[in-house]
Design a protein around this ligand. Structure first.
Ligand SMILES: [Zn+2]
Length: 114
């Protein structure tokens, strides 16, 4: 369950930003999670719901935007975007010389504070 420490990390960052800006509470947090980041969205949501209690983010909602794994093949230069969490070889030429450009994200996208 490393989602617990990830949720705690996101919460810490959000609270710090909120306090620095002189705001009182967090209304919503929106995060980008790449499919290849290894994070299970449901587990992250569950951990967040538990951890936020007693903090200034107690009433905050968490929205998770999943980012597809995409990139390009160095061999045939085709671009790809897949639904799976991992791409091992190029679907066109079979090369393993892949450059992953998106899918590993794990960060706060937007926050609403008051
Ligand atoms: Zn290729």
């Amino acid at each position: 369950m490393h989602e617990v420490s990830i949720a705690q990390g996101l919460l810490d960052i959000a609270i710090e930003h909120c306090k620095k800006g002189g705001y009182q509470r967090i209304e919503s947090i929106s995060v980008k999670i790449g499919k290849a980041s290894g994070v299970v969205p449901d587990s992250l949501l569950f951990a967040f719901e538990t951890l936020k209690i007693g903090t200034i983010a107690e009433k905050a909602s968490l929205t998770i935007n999943e980012i597809k794994v995409s990139g390009y093949c160095k061999n045939c230069e085709c671009r790809f975007s897949v639904e799976e969490a991992y791409v091992l070889e190029c679907q066109k030429c079979g090369s393993t010389q892949l450059v992953i450009e998106t899918g590993r994200e794990l960060n706060i996208d937007e926050m609403e504070v008051f």
